[in-house]
Write a protein that binds this ligand. Structure first.
Ligand SMILES: Cc1ncc(COP(=O)(O)O)c(C=O)c1O
Length: 506
């Protein structure tokens, strides 16, 4: 078990450090008339406690926030094997690059002539993503994978509309990420689910049965959410094209394929990439992502406007002259900060580096699979790509469920894997180590899992009551997400804080 020190200080002393007269920062003397900023505010927006700013020293603040940061799990602390999320390392070089003032401080309304370097970044990223995917055109606008899906489906609709065809259905395998059916439904299509076969791949016969003239497209994740490659993708594309239907590839798992194969050569018409997964830009916590879409020739006219373009004289501009475009899907050019980071990452890795990334991501997933199979049930035994999906079938006999294993991992200093997804695996544990992890960390994870699985056999009570070392134990996760409480408040039974005591005259 990893034993990071847990600082055992009374919570009230951590959150209530205020002492009258302490200051962390002194402003220079005023050289303009003093004004009360509150007089400019709408009185209804003012809270009584506004006068009640904490009075703390700089040291108090540094300690407070440093301590809080140690209560939170993050990729810079340890392995984050959240399957399908690709929680890889975000190299600090990307951040350094993005903070170059000409990049980070450029206003999106700045004239093209004053933003040439940034337009070049976008143009080159579009070109590089075209090259990596083998597709004809790329838009960087979508702000996330799901947003890329919606953009792709809207382009599919524009394509069929341009041919006077009204299509009603989108086919989606039952192993798909939940965002796929949601995107298709938001775009106005009815979703038909295609079952997976015993190999964990899309059931080809069932797909063929469902393919009629009213199908707009199939959304296929490759490798799929079981971590398995859809080998018949070329045949699937040909069958779709015979009906003038399109193949959408969810490319969120592209870190398993980069440098080895290109969706453009598989017959894919439209796909999205998650820059915040494959190309290491930060994600999580609701922060900005980027989900560029790449399209084949037949969908190129429908890409969102504007695109970054290079003129004949070698300068860069925004190209709005695209009459069949579906229009804008995002303000300005999307999350430009992510584009700059992703380009930096791609260029610093180079072509050979990107190929090595895929190789290592697949190797790491297979290493974990090899070390854990037998201890955990492996429902689909086909070769794994970037992730491996186990189930809790062997442990439920002792009353230990996937949720318990995940919670107990936290006691061992690891973030849990994705649980209960994909839905076609009851009690799923979906583990994606990513290429960032070295052998030492993978072995530490395996040892933690081995210990927990031994406990599940010999002392299940400790597993089903985990976690034991975290600040909070088992939460009502739905309420915690929907009604987040962001302020610390003293529990009624806790001692008064020094400030409260002073106020009460104790
Ligand atoms: C396979 C797959 N598709 C789509 C998405 C959705 O991406 P986002 O969360 O950026 O909207 C994800 C997210 O992890 C994914 O794993």
């Amino acid at each position: 078990m990893r034993t990071d020190p847990i600082v055992n200080i009374r919570e009230s002393l951590i959150f209530e450090r205020s002492t009258p007269g302490k200051t962390a920062y002194s402003l220079p003397p005023l050289d303009v008339p003093a004004a009360d900023p509150r007089s400019a505010l709408e009185p209804a927006l003012l809270r009584d406690e506004i006068d009640d700013f904490p009075e703390v020293s700089e040291f108090d603040i540094v300690r407070h926030f440093t301590r809080l940061s140690t209560w939170n799990y993050h990729i810079d602390i340890g392995m984050y094997p959240l399957g399908s999320c690709t929680m890889k390392y975000n190299p600090k070089l990307n951040e350094k690059l993005w903070r170059i003032p000409g990049i980070s401080a450029c206003h999106p309304l700045q004239d093209d002539s004053l933003a040439q370097g940034n337009l070049q970044i976008q143009f080159e990223l579009q070109q590089i993503l075209r090259e990596i995917t083998g597709m004809a055109g790329v838009s960087l606008q979508p702000a996330a994978g799901a947003h890329g899906e919606l953009t792709g489906i809207l382009m599919a609709r524009a394509y069929h509309n341009s041919r006077n065809q009204r299509r009603k259905f989108v086919l989606i395998p039952d192993s798909a990420h939940g965002t796929n059916p949601a995107s298709a439904a938001i775009a106005g299509y009815q979703v038909r689910s295609i079952p997976s076969n015993a190999d964990g791949r899309v059931d080809f016969d069932k797909f063929r049965e469902a393919l009629h003239d009213d199908v707009a497209c199939l959304m296929l994740t490759n490798p799929n959410t079981l971590g398995i490659f859809e080998r018949r993708i070329r045949e699937i594309a040909d069958l779709l094209h015979e009906k003038d239907a399109l193949l959408y590839m969810d490319g969120a798992n592209f870190n398993a394929l980069m440098g080895y194969t290109r969706p453009g050569e598989m017959g894919v018409d439209v796909m999205h990439l998650n820059l915040h997964k494959t190309f290491s830009t930060p994600h999580g916590g609701g922060g900005p992502g980027a989900g560029p879409v790449a399209v084949s020739r037949r969908l190129e006219p429908f890409l969102p406007v504007p695109l970054a373009a290079k003129k004949q004289d070698g300068t860069y501009c925004l190209d709005f002259n695209r009459p069949q475009s579906i229009g804008r899907v995002r303000a300005f050019m999307g999350n430009f900060g992510m584009h700059a980071r992703a380009l930096g990452y791609i260029l610093s890795c180079g072509g050979a580096g990107l190929k090595e990334i895929s190789e290592t991501a697949v190797l790491n997933a297979n290493y974990l699979r090899h070390r854990l199979q037998g201890l955990l049930d492996l429902p689909y035994r086909q070769d794994s790509f970037h992730e491996v999906v186990f189930s809790d079938k062997l442990q439920t006999k002792k009353g230990v469920k996937t949720l318990d294993l995940a919670k107990r991992l936290m006691d061992f200093g690891f973030h849990p894997p994705t649980i209960y997804f994909p839905l076609i695996v009851p009690g799923a544990l979906m583990i994606e180590p990513t290429e960032s992890e070295g052998l030492q960390e993978l072995d530490a994870f395996v040892e933690a899992m081995q210990s927990i699985l031994r406990e599940a056999e010999e002392n299940p009570e400790i597993v089903v009551t985990a976690p034991h070392t975290t600040k909070l134990r088992r939460l009502d996760e739905t309420r915690a997400a929907r009604q987040t409480v962001l302020r610390w408040r003293r529990a009624p039974e806790q001692d008064k804080t020094p400030r409260e005591a002073a106020r009460a005259g104790d």
